[in-house]
Design a protein around this ligand. Sequence first.
Ligand SMILES: Cc1ncc(COP(=O)(O)O)c(C=O)c1O
Length: 398
Amino acid sequence: MFAAALNRIETSASAVMTQRARAMRAAGRDVLALSMGQPDFDTPEHVKDAAKAAMDRGETGYPPLAGTEVLKRAVQEKFRRENNLDYALDQILVSNGGKQVIFNAFAATLNPGDEVIVPAPYWVSYPDIVKYAGGTPVFVPTEFQNGFRLTPEALRGALTPRTRWLVINSPNNPSGGCYRPADLTALAAVLADHPEVRVLTDDIYEHLVFDGAFATIAAVAPAIADRVLTMNGVSKAYAMTGWRIGYAGGDAALIKAMAKMQSQVTGGACSISQAAAAAALAGDQTLVAERRAVFKARRDHVVARLNEIPGLRCALPDGAFYVFPDCRDWLGRKTAAGARLENDGDVAERLLEEREVAVVHGAAYGLSPHLRLSYATGLATLDAALDRIQAFAEGLTD
Ligand SMILES: Cc1ncc(COP(=O)(O)O)c(C=O)c1O
């Protein structure tokens, strides 16, 4: 027997796909994985050096629960420098990845029946964390034609007396859509009449905005800033997914509640990783811009190639390192191996089995029929995978 709460959640779809790709590769198959949300770069050298120095200094004991002072100061300075946000140290929490920040926030605030508005498509973990914490995710579809952004009208329509949070993720995983300042002020204007609703803004792809500038809601809408939890992390910006450091700034009472939650789950984030994250945030930022340029070139290449593949339509995403092509024209058709494609789950399945390309189906992100491809991998692999996807498309019959 397992806990009922466990039955409310699933293992993350991108993790499942990536594990399957790994298992197939271990069995000798030549699988190309475009399923992982992980930069293909290495952690910068000065960051690794900071971790080694922390070990040598003996920083190996239990860390302070909410984060080391050095990292909290680096986070504070980052929020000031990059986001024009002023958080006191007791308004900052450091956790084991952005994922744990989100877990702490929902676990510390939701009661049964409380609703969390999650615009779709969404990162797979939001609904499951909400459900685990006893809340109810309320999905609001966004549209390709509107850059996958939630509109103020759609937000107004989704709000109920039970709404406790709105989730904003910009740039978005999986669509790459970004909110501009005017979009955020319009959403904030709707929330002005709903003081019981908090906003979780997941800014983890902040440094991967290709066209225009990044904007975050607490900075552009100061009137609601005390209700905003601004979440971020070092995983994507500094190629530090394995170090597991995320952080947030927000109202001191909320941060205290989240730290209480964390005290019974992990007792704080790894001290060595915290020293590394502080070096990443406070150090030279040149690499971040260089890597952004690499991702932008890949995005342009991948989107152009996808739009040449019969039956796929792909918007040009503003940010992150994913594309989210629409594959509706493939549905109802048969693959070269004779399998009929009923939905995007079938498409991902047959692409993996017949062409050995791992992608994630849009349904996992709440919007079908789409596929999510990560371009956080080298151009040679991307081109080889796109050749296979093209062959898959050309092999479809009615
Ligand atoms: C939108 C989004 N938020 C948060 C995370 C979590 O990142 P981490 O826990 O590595 O900080 C991810 C990782 O894939 C993500 O895509």
